[in-house]
Design a protein around this ligand. Structure first.
Ligand code: ZN
Length: 259
């Protein structure tokens, strides 16, 4: 299908890039990205993917917008307080770009629903803020690429998993930490712009995956320390003993870890 005149103008800064062009823009318009969590990471990721013309964006989140979210979850506004986050996010994306179909799933991810949720999507953005969800997203991803990210205080981290390439999240992090061993953003705080930096990088990974250009953050963990203003990438080996993607996987069913 040819791009309309309006689309040629809207996406002109993409189309002029040799790595994107009209062909890449059409790939974006045909792509489906699922964002799990419409919070600090999911908000900027969803907005940049929506603005980029990713044709179908799914958003999974069970929560309602709270006043304390607004310091970082920029897809929601003051008038949205009390509204389902998925609804608020959909309205923001639709107001920005009518090319995007936003599908909303007002639920938590669990071992029961995650297979159905991810089935139709090309790429998954892990914008969750808890370890049970992060391991669930990893463990089900045998066949789906995803971008993992985490943020707290002035720090962030990011890695991308593509099936058959490099280590998975469990190769690196093995098991969830004991309950309450790692503080949450609610307990420890986070600079709102951290979500903007890392969530935007997640959107960038999704876009590169869709257009098939550049090097993804596979086999590498990117860390960002805002106070020192330093980015580092650490090479991550695949763990051949990994319980999910190793030579002799020991986990054969999804696990709902206790939060
Ligand atoms: Zn693994």
């Amino acid at each position: 299908m040819a791009l309309t005149d309006e689309q040629i103008e809207r996406y002109s800064r993409h189309i002029i890039l040799k790595e994107v062009g009209a062909k890449g823009q059409k790939k974006l318009l045909n792509a489906k990205v699922l964002i799990i969590g419409a919070g600090g990471l999911g908000a900027p990721a969803a907005m940049y993917l929506g603005a980029a013309g990713v044709g179908t964006i799914g958003i999974v989140d069970a929560d309602e917008v709270d006043l304390s979210n607004l310091q970082r979850q920029i897809i929601h506004g003051t008038a949205d307080i009390g509204k389902a986050k998925v609804k608020s996010a959909k309205e923001t994306i639709n107001a920005m770009n009518p090319d995007v179909t936003v599908k909303t799933y007002r639920q938590f991810v669990t071992s029961e629903n995650i297979m159905d949720l991810i089935a139709d999507y090309d790429f998954i953005i892990d914008g969750t803020d808890n370890f049970p969800a992060k391991f669930l997203i990893n463990d089900v991803m045998a066949k789906k690429p995803f971008s993992h990210a985490g943020i707290i205080r002035f720090k962030g981290q990011l890695m991308t998993y593509v099936p058959g390439e490099g280590p998975c999240y469990r190769c690196v992090f093995k098991n969830p930490p004991p309950k309450d061993a790692v503080p949450t953003c609610k307990q420890a705080g986070v600079i709102g712009a951290m979500g903007g930096v890392i969530g935007s990088l997640q959107a960038m990974e999704a876009i590169k995956y869709i257009i098939g250009k550049g090097d993804l953050l596979t086999g590498r963990l990117l860390t960002y320390d805002a106070l020192k203003m330093e980015f580092h990438t650490i090479k991550l080996p695949k763990d051949h003993h990994c319980a999910i993607c190793g030579d002799n996987p020991t986990i054969h069913e999804l696990i709902d870890y206790e939060q």
